[in-house]
Ligand binder design. Structure first.
Ligand code: BGC
Length: 409
C-alpha cells in the first residue's frame, strides 16, 4: 500500500474518486468562485477534499506543496502558476493530461501563451481555469467623482487624482504591504514605462534594463506611490485593501482582477460603484497570469480517472464562463462567449485578445509567469525593500535589482 493509500485508509479522508485540491482561494470572492468549481464537480460525482493555504500569489501554498511531496503524500490536484508548473514537470511529478486534452481538442482553443506553461515535452501537464492580469486599477466611483471624475490615463494624471483624493481626506491608495502585493503594483509601474522595457527587464532579464535609468524611474514611481498608502498598510491582506476601496475609505487599489471578485461579492456594480481601468500608461498591453490545475502522481484507475474528470470539467466552456464571471478573470479558452461577463470582464477579454495579436501580452513577474521562482523572489526582495524605504533613490534600487537577479540565475 502506498503512503497515500495508507493515509486514506486510516483517515477515511479521501476515496479513489475524490480529488484533494490544494489552492489559495480563501477570500470572499475567491471562495465564491471556488464554490462554482466544487458544485460543478459534485454534479459529476467527483468528491472534493479541501486543502486551502491562505496567501495571495500562492507562495505559502507552494511551500505547503513542497512539504507534502517531500512527505510522500502529495495532494492530487494543485492550483499553480506559470514557471512553478514547469518546475514540477521537470521533476517528473505531474500526471499526463494528454489523453483528455487530445480527446477534447485543447490545442485548438487554449492560447499559446498559456500552453507555454500547460505543456511540457509535448504533453499536457495542467488545465488552465482562467486568465488574470495584473495591470489593473480598481477605483471607488464616488471617490473618483469627488476627485474630478476623470479616470487617469497617464502617470501624471494618476498622480493628480491621488493628490485630489488625499486632499479630500481619504487614503488615496488601498494597499497591503506584502511582498507579492508590492510586486503586483510594480508589474504595472514597469509596464507603464513601455512594453519594450517590460520585456527587456522582466522577460529577457537584460541586466542593462534591470539596472538602468528606466528601472530607476520605475522605482522612483513606486516610491511615490508609497506616499499614498495609510499608516497601517504593512502586512494587510489584499482583500482587506479591496474592502477599503469598496467602502470608500480608500480611493483605489492597484491589483489583479481577482480584486473584482471582492467588489462583486460585496454587491458592487462596475461603472456605478467602481471603475476598472488599466494601470495608466499601459492601455493596450496585458501582464497576465493563469491559474492552472496540475495533477500529482496517484495510483489506481479511479484516482487517475477523477483527475482527468476534474481537468475535463475545468476546460468545459460553460464552466469557464460561469467560474470566471465570479472570479474576476477571463476564460482560458478563446471560444467562450462574453455575454455573461460584466463590462470589466468584457474589457478584460477584448484587451487580452488585442494584446495577444499586437505582441503586447507578457507574463506577470509578480505572479510567476515572467521568470522562475528564484528570480521572482529576488525581484520581490528588492521591490519590497524599496517600498519600505531601504534605498536612497530609484537608481540605488535599480542597481540592487540587477545584482539580485544576476545572483538568482
Ligand atoms: C492568483 C489568483 C488569486 C490571487 C490572490 C493570484 O496569484 O492567480 O487566482 O486570486 O493570487 O490570492
Amino acid at each position: 500500500m502506498t503512503m497515500v493509500a495508507a493515509l486514506m485508509a486510516t483517515t477515511g479522508m479521501a476515496s479513489a474518486e475524490d480529488v484533494e485540491v490544494l489552492h489559495w482561494w480563501t477570500s470572499g470572492g475567491e471562495a465564491a468562485a471556488l464554490n462554482v468549481l466544487k458544485e460543478d464537480l459534485a454534479g459529476k460525482s467527483i468528491g472534493w477534499v479541501d486543502m486551502p493555504v491562505a496567501g495571495g500569489g500562492g507562495e505559502a501554498a507552494m511551500t505547503a506543496l513542497r512539504a507534502r511531496v517531500t512527505a510522500g503524500d502529495p495532494p492530487t490536484a494543485v492550483q499553480m502558476l506559470g514557471f512553478d508548473i514547469l518546475d514540477w514537470a521537470n521533476e517528473g511529478a505531474l500526471g499526463d493530461l494528454t489523453p483528455v486534452a487530445a480527446a477534447e481538442g485543447w490545442d485548438a482553443v487554449v492560447p499559446s501563451a498559456l500552453q507555454a506553461f500547460a505543456k511540457a515535452d509535448g504533453k499536457w501537464i495542467s488545465a488552465p481555469v482562467n486568465v488574470h492580469s495584473t495591470n489593473w486599477v480598481w477605483i471607488n466611483k464616488a471617490a473618483l467623482d469627488a476627485a474630478g471624475g476623470k479616470a487617469p490615463e497617464s502617470w501624471d494624471e494618476l498622480v493628480a487624482v491621488l493628490d485630489a483624493m488625499k486632499a479630500n481626506g481619504i487614503t488615496p491608495l488601498g494597499h497591503g504591504g506584502q511582498a507579492w502585493q508590492d510586486a503586483t503594483v510594480f508589474d504595472g509601474v514597469v509596464l507603464s514605462l513601455g512594453t519594450d522595457f517590460y520585456k527587456a527587464a522582466f522577460i529577457d532579464l537584460d541586466p542593462a534594463a534591470l539596472g538602468g535609468d528606466q528601472m530607476a524611474e520605475a522605482f522612483n514611481r513606486l516610491i511615490k506611490l508609497r506616499s499614498y498608502v495609510d499608516d497601517n498598510f504593512s502586512g494587510r491582506d489584499w482583500n482587506l485593501a479591496s474592502a477599503m476601496v469598496i467602502n470608500g475609505e480608500a480611493g483605489m487599489q492597484m491589483m489583479g482582477d481577482w480584486a473584482k471578485g471582492e467588489f462583486l461579492k460585496a454587491g458592487k456594480v462596475p461603472g456605478t460603484d467602481f471603475v476598472c481601468i488599466r494601470f495608466p500608461g499601459t492601455q493596450g498591453a496585458v501582464t497576465f497570469n493563469s491559474d492552472q490545475f496540475a495533477m500529482f502522481g496517484v495510483e489506481g484507475e479511479g484516482a487517475v480517472a477523477a483527475q482527468a474528470a476534474m481537468a475535463s470539467a475545468i476546460m468545459n466552456p460553460t464552466f469557464q464562463s460561469a467560474f470566471n464571471v465570479v472570479k474576476g478573470s477571463v476564460p482560458a479558452r478563446t471560444d467562450v462567449p462574453n455575454d455573461a461577463f460584466d463590462d470589466c470582464g468584457k474589457k478584460g477579454m477584448a484587451d487580452l485578445a488585442e494584446a495577444n495579436t499586437s505582441g503586447q501580452l507578457f507574463g506577470s513577474m509578480a505572479h510567476g509567469h515572467a521568470a522562475p521562482a528564484a528570480v521572482k523572489n529576488a525581484v520581490y526582495d528588492v521591490v519590497t525593500a524599496t517600498f519600505n524605504g531601504e534605498y536612497a533613490d530609484g537608481a540605488a534600487a535599480a542597481a540592487a535589482l540587477a545584482e539580485a537577479v544576476a545572483a538568482a540565475q
